[in-house]
Ligand binder design. Sequence first.
Ligand code: GLY
Length: 373
Amino acid sequence: MSELSHTIRVNLGERSYDVVVGTGLLAKAGRFCAPFLKRPRCAIVTDETVASLHLDSLIDGLAVSGIEITTIKLPPGERTKCWEMLERTVEHLLDMKVERDDFVIAFGGGVIGDLAGFAASILRRGVRFIQIPTSLLAQVDSSVGGKTGINSPSGKNLIGAFHQPHLVLADIDVLDTLSDREFLAGYGEVAKYGLLGDLKFFEWLEKQGPVLATGNKVLRAEAVARSVQAKADIVARDEHERGDRALLNLGHTFGHALEAATGYSDRLLHGEGVSIGMGLAFELSAQLGLCSQETPSRVRAHLSAMKMKTRLADIEGVLPGASDLISLMSQDKKVVGGISAFILARGIGEAFVTRDVPSEAVHSVLSDALNER
Ligand code: GLY
C-alpha cells in the first residue's frame, strides 16, 4: 500500500465494509465493484455537475470490468433532497429493472449520497449500494456510517433510514475540481474529528492543513483516511446514535440554527455553519468553566489560518437575535423533550454530549458573538 492509498474497515458485523481512500479510484472502480455484483450491471445516481466532470471516467472504469451502466442525473443542490426527487429516483430505478441483487452507485456529494442511499434502502425493501463520494464533506463524513435520507419542509434530514453501503471509494483526485469554498466547507468536518477526540490529529492539521489545502495529495489522502478511521471507530461503537455517535455533531447544534437562519442558502454552507458552530461550542465550554479560556482562541486560530468562516461576523446579511437562534436550535432533530443536545469539550480532543446546559449561558455566548458583528 502506498502513502496515497488507505483502506479503513467499518466494523459492523455482517454489515461491515471497506472505505478505500486513494487516487485514480474512478479508473479502478470496476475492479473494486465487480466482486460484489451477481450480474455485470449497476445503476448510477448522480447530479448534473458531477456527471459533467467525472461520469465518463467512472463509466470507463466500470467498463474495464464489463459492467454496464444506467444513469440517473438529478439537479445539483440541497433542494434535490426532497420527496419529489426521491420518487423520481425510485421510479426510474424500477424502470431500469434494478433487481434485489443489483447495486446502486451513489456518485456525488452529500446530497446524492443521502438521497440515493435512501432510495436504495426502500427499493424492493432494500437493495445494496456503493458510495463514490465526490466532495470532501461526503468523503470524510456523509458517505460513511449509513445515514441516508431527505429533508422535510419541517427540517433537514427528518426522513430517512440507516442503510450501510457495501463499499465506499473516496477518490482524492476528484477533490481537485471543488471550489476553494466547497473544499474548506468539507475541511470543517475534518477538523471536527481532531477537536472531538484526537488532539494529536488536530496538532497535525495545525501543521499540515494549509499545505493540504493547496492540493498536496499525500496529505489529503492521510487527512481523509484519519477522518474516516475516526468516524468508523465511533460508528462501530454506536451505529444508531444512542450515545457516542452524537459526538459527530460537534458544532452542529449552533451550525444548524445558523443554516436555518440563513435559509439553507448560499450565504452559509453546511460545513461553514459547522466551523462557526465549533467555535461557539468551545466558547460555551469555556464560559461554563469546562475548558481553558485560551482553547476557543486556538480552535478559531486554526480555522482562520485555513481561511474558513469562524465568527458570526463572517456571515453576510442580517441575522436574528440570540433568542430567535435558540428557538431555531429547538427544531433540531436531536431535540428530546424540547431540550437540545450540545457537544461540549473539556479541551481539544475531549468532547462529550450533554443536555444539561443552562439556556442563559447559550444566550450569553450568542449575544457576545452577535455583538462582534
Ligand atoms: N454526520 C453525522 C453522523 O453520521 O452521525
